[in-house]
Design a protein around this ligand. Structure first.
Ligand SMILES: Nc1ncnc2c1ncn2[C@@H]1O[C@H](COP(=O)(O)OP(=O)(O)OP(=O)(O)O)[C@@H](O)[C@H]1O
Length: 255
């Protein structure tokens, strides 16, 4: 099943008198459970595409279907509800609330779900902080955590709403090599275990190598739409297989 369907999408921005054609007639299907990297030079349209998939912005032309729903006819409230229940975001700058503790940051997106009791929320926070290995740091504020730990909090926050899609905009850009690797591996394990679809915008070769699919964009057009990186995909699959035991251990509370 395609969790994202993009059909003939264009996106134009107005910049004073000028029109900027950020995306030109893009079509793309993304399978449920994909670990997909969108790569391309600066200004090629990666963030624009991620914003459209994330329902933060709307296309100038064309159709986008998220989890089978056509987003073009939706009101801002409906879009916001679809986003809250289907999509989470991870940013290169982590975007945590500095005055909130790790657990409060993870709980924050759950406050909009009126059907969750305080106990439900707190159980989810405990579960997802455990999954990212930060149970001991639950009362720490972001400035009391390392970059890698902050990104782990952001991952726990993204997972807490149990989304179908996680959009990650350059998630390793502000991390050193080793920390970036461990964050990527954690995301791959989450992808293997929960079948959450990950869509990355990236310049990072390691993200591209870990991806099971690479989409290249240049000048607002897709130049490499559906290529499976056979060798890298095999490595990623092998990674999932050989790490199944570790993953099972990590996810022991995840049900
Ligand atoms: N809000 C905006 N108003 C006007 N033009 C914009 C706006 N946002 C993006 N653009 C333009 O659209 C094009 C695509 O930008 P986008 O941010 O999607 O590229 P990108 O591939 O994500 O770049 P980077 O890798 O540098 O983040 C660029 O020419 C950019 O200048």
């Amino acid at each position: 099943m395609n969790i994202v369907r993009i059909e003939n999408v264009c996106k134009e921005y107005s910049l004073g008198e000028q029109q900027v054609q950020a995306l030109q007639n893009i079509s793309l299907n993304i399978e449920n459970g994909a670990f997909l990297a969108i790569a391309g030079p600066s200004g090629s349209g990666k963030s624009t595409l991620l914003n459209l998939i994330g329902c933060i912005d709307t296309p100038s032309a064309g159709k986008i279907y998220i989890n089978g729903q056509d987003i073009s006819g939706k009101t801002p409230d409906e879009l916001s509800d679809l986003r809250a229940r289907t999509i989470s975001f991870i940013f290169q700058t982590f975007n945590l609330f500095p005055v909130l503790s790790a657990e409060e940051n993870v709980e924050y997106p759950l406050l909009q779900f009126k059907e969750l009791s305080t106990k439900d929320r707190s159980e989810r926070v405990v579960k997802f902080l455990d999954i990212v290995g930060l149970s001991r740091f639950s009362d720490h504020r972001p400035n009391q955590l390392s970059g890698g730990q902050r990104q782990r909090v952001a991952i726990a926050r993204a997972l807490a709403t149990q989304p179908k899609i996680i959009l990650a905009d350059e998630p390793t850009a502000n991390l050193d090599h080793k920390t970036g690797d461990s964050i990527l591996q954690l995301m791959k394990e989450i992808n293997c275990h929960f079948k959450t679809t990950f869509i990355f915008s990236t310049h990072d070769q390691r993200v591209m190598a870990m991806a099971d699919r690479l989409v290249r964009i240049e000048d607002g057009q897709i130049t490499l739409p559906n290529i499976e990186l056979d060798e890298e995909a095999a490595i990623a699959r092998e990674y999932c297989r050989t790490n199944q035991e570790t993953a099972e251990h990590i996810f022991k509370h995840s049900g």
